[in-house]
Design a protein around this ligand. Sequence first.
Ligand code: SF4
Ligand code: SF4
Length: 297
Amino acid sequence: MNGIIFDVKRFAVHDGEGLRSTLFLKGCPLRCPWCQNPEGIGPAPALWYNPAVCVGCGGCVGVCPAGALTLNGRVHADRTACTLCGKCVDLCPSGALSLCGRTVSAQAAAELLLRDRVFFGADGGVTLSGGEVLLQWEFSAEVLALCRAAGVRTAIETSMMGPRAAFEALLPVTDQFLTDIKIFNAEEHRRLLGADNRLILDNYRFLHQQGASVLTRTPLIPGYTDSEDNIRSIARFARSVNPDASYELLNFNPLCRSKYSALERDYPVQGGALTHRELERFYDILAQEGIVHIIKE
Ligand code: SF4
Ligand code: SF4
């Protein structure tokens, strides 16, 4: 079957064990204000503009049949009018415009991921990420089955915001689940991420009941997830589900700000990555809550 993807990262070292190729799938049910891949949120392909390389020639404005583009210091796109015909992308001399997202078959996706298999070694492999893998779980399961059949280890990065049927299909073909629990307080989760976290916590329990290999992860986002109470609550929950839980804290990476600029949107997170000392404080909190397997940067 076909799926919609928006990126492939080769030689990745933060998307699971060892050296990996990571495939990014379009579409996400959550609305994290700090999202590092805003181009992956919408389920369909979208027009992408990089003002840093635009030379201001105005060619795109003239060629657009929908009248969706204007030039005023930089190009502005009316995304409600754009039909994704791609004419502006074809014309742009600088590569400032692109269509983010394309449809590929599961076979083609697996071939993309397996290009570098010679480098994966015993620990590395392929990872599916997003967006949210669970929104395209049938496609994902097919891609992972093909990679498994090629003798390659598989992982998915997931918010766990998806149906039980998705996990039942993915469990037999996934060696490791990299699971995000971002905010533990239900009301805060609903207010900030736009959805209840009950399903996420239920699926987390289910994965453990099924004996899956699970790495619990929380992104440390200044002003959103980096409170002692939040990390302590998640650690306590993780340990109540699995006394042997492995936990990784992901430091904030502010590099995605330029993506928001490209989308003409403000990025709400203030500040930069946490310092080594700040990270150590959170590692201490995990240890105090009895987490033994702490994955450090
Ligand atoms: S993709 Fe087509 S409709 Fe959309 S802005 Fe470009 S030329 Fe216009
Ligand atoms: S065609 Fe490309 S370089 Fe020219 S104004 Fe449009 S986006 Fe910028």
